[in-house]
Ligand binder design. Structure first.
Ligand code: CA
Length: 591
């Protein structure tokens, strides 16, 4: 349904809702609804508010003129003793909200009242190996199912009305370090998932399952040398898809434990029929053990959704030595240049560079720094490959001694980490949650041991400035120009959303959900949620009113890995709340 604003009679709308959409029994989600999610404002059935990942809403009931009156309608606690980082994006279908919470939990909630409809707790074994907090980034909705990945690397499909398990499938061995934290993606009848575990020397892979029953359809390892397969009736089909040559970009047997985990999942571009995924660091971190480009680590991959064939790849950090995972979201957008429509994709990398690619073929269009300090590279060449400053690569260890330490910026937690940026179709700008920090990093000897951390490196992460780490930036993808910035004391770790109401939303570890004027960067609203906001905000229309929801709950990677930075955030309180906001009805009616 297209945005109908306030012109729609509220009474009729409420009546229709009561007649056709009883709150506790939402309708099934179809492939068409998923493909059309970018155009619908009354539901959210994709992560990214549209498969393209722009996180842009055409709603403008709420705008820069009236946002001062935005206030909470309800809040719900996830409860229990499991209050850790909350990083999911809510999904909304027919008045029911579906979210995940820390420790692999799923909640269905009445979106009008905040009343819990059901809760599912995955029974996790004691020996799970999450690298970076016990977080989860959300569900996929398909048919009558709510599907998500667990910290012990399983996919679980729940009945949307009861929360009862319909099927459960093991994707990988959690004892080897695999887990799942990303939201799965459903496209054209296929459920697509990545895996986490790059810090344990796993072999990254992207896989497609039948969402109805969990049957494996294809598998695509993301370390060069491993074969991909299509499955029929549970058997690998003869025409297995080549995984490239073993040992070509990896020395010896290191490709067997090469990492490159696509832990953030991916997006889909309907215009080119391509899955767009990113891959994590090569394992181990100590780059001197693995001369070569180490494909397809720290890369962006475009895959054929029918069989997992890699159609193109773009490696942001070949031969990575700084844990610059290349997983960050690849957002599809079109722009006009020289009288032509450019089918572009944008991605803001951990390594500090913002890339604009031709998404039809992966060719580099342009790239530029989006943080103030980059030490490890002098720039990008004409193909987008970094020009290394070899003096700034951490040195090789010798026997029992550690290698020479270097100061590197950005820090391994990235100029931007997992938290998704947003793209406004009105301003043509990307709104990028970034961080200004660096690290002392050195290499050490390491041998692979199943299920053990496989880094071969040590580090201390440090702020670059006294008064801020986080910077929300508005960036013009055609010029690389920073149009505005807003600084934040703590590192930003939450997703961004933008709307036709000229608004940009994001959260802070200090607990605020904030809104900015999309054109000027002026802060126009904020609300204290009680704990750090790491979730991705969403907005939708219900009964003729515009709602905003976000998760609150501090945790994630920063307090666990953060060195000097962890000291800066040590007094932040944990939590686990789901907040929903709208304008008071009488104020809107008077408008
Ligand atoms: Ca990593």
């Amino acid at each position: 349904m297209k945005h109908s604003g306030l012109r729609k009679p509220l009474v009729l709308s409420a009546l229709c809702t009561a007649m056709f959409f009883p709150a506790a029994s939402a309708l099934a989600v179809t492939d068409k609804e998923i493909l059309d999610d970018v155009n619908s404002t009354n539901q959210i059935v994709t992560n990214g508010m549209g498969l393209q990942g722009q996180r842009y809403s055409t709603l403008d009931i709420l705008n820069t003129d009236n946002i001062k009156d935005l206030r909470p309608v309800w809040a719900m606690s996830f409860g229990g003793e499991k209050q850790r980082g909350q990083q999911a994006q809510p999904m909304i279908k027919d008045g029911v909200m579906y979210v995940t919470a820390s420790y692999s939990r799923v909640f269905a909630v009445d979106a009008r009242t905040g009343k819990e409809l059901w809760q599912y707790d995955a029974r996790l074994p004691d020996d799970i190996r999450p690298c970076c907090d016990v977080i989860n980034r959300g569900v996929a909705l398909y048919g009558d199912l709510v599907i998500f990945g667990t910290l012990d690397a399983k996919l679980v499909a729940l009945n949307k009305d009861t929360g009862k398990v319909v099927w459960r499938k093991s994707v990988a061995d959690h004892k080897a370090g695999y887990s799942i934290t990303a939201a799965p993606l459903v496209i054209n009848g296929k459920l697509i998932t990545g895996v986490s575990g790059g810090e344990f020397g796993v072999v990254g892979k992207i896989e497609a399952y039948d969402p109805k029953n969990g049957e494996l359809l294809w598998t695509r390892p993301t370390v060069e040398g491993h074969m991909g397969y299509v499955y029929k009736d549970g058997k690998a089909v003869e025409n297995g898809i080549s995984g490239g040559e073993a040992g070509k970009t990896w020395p010896g047997d290191l490709w067997k434990t090469g990492g490159a985990a696509p832990w953030l999942g991916g997006l889909y571009d309907p215009e080119t029929n391509l899955l767009l995924f990113g891959t994590g660091n090569p394992a181990p971190w100590n780059s001197h053990l693995r001369p070569g480009d180490n494909l397809y680590s720290s890369s962006r991959l475009a895959l054929n959704p029918d069989d997992g064939t890699i159609k193109w790849h773009f490696q942001t950090t070949p031969h990575d030595g700084w844990d610059f995972d290349g997983v960050n979201e690849v957002v599809s957008f079109n722009y006009q240049e020289g009288g032509k429509t450019i089918k572009a994709a944008a991605t803001a990398d951990r390594n500090g560079f913002f890339y604009v690619l031709d998404r039809t073929n992966g060719k580099f269009i342009r790239g530029f720094p989006f943080v103030d300090k980059i030490t490890w590279a002098k720039g990008l060449d004409k193909n987008g490959r970094p020009i290394y400053d070899e003096a700034n690569r951490p040195g090789a260890p010798g026997g029992e001694t550690k290698g020479s330490s270097v100061f590197a910026a950005p820090a391994f937690l990235g100029a931007k980490n997992w938290m998704p940026m947003a793209y406004s179709q009105d301003t043509g700008l990307f709104y990028v949650p970034s961080n200004e920090w660096g690290m002392d990093i050195w290499n050490e000897g390491i041998a692979y041991k199943k299920g053990a951390a496989y880094l071969g490196a040590g580090f201390t992460i440090r702020p670059l400035n006294e008064d801020y780490i986080g910077v929300l930036r508005a960036i013009d993808p055609k010029t690389g120009k920073e149009v505005w910035r807003h600084k934040n004391f703590a590192p930003l770790w939450g997703g961004v959303m933008t709307t036709k109401g000229n608004l940009v939303f994001t959260g802070t570890p200090e607990g605020f959900l904030q809104a900015f004027n999309a054109k000027t960067g002026d802060k126009v609203w904020e609300f204290q949620t009680g704990s750090g906001v790491l979730g991705s905000p969403v907005t939708w229309e219900m009964d003729g009113e515009q709602y905003v929801s976000v998760l609150s709950g501090w945790g994630g990677a920063v307090p666990l890995w953060g060195g000097e930075v962890a000291k800066r955030v040590k007094n932040f309180n944990q939590g686990g709340m789901l907040w929903t906001f709208k304008l008071p009805k009488d104020l809107v009616a008077k408008r």
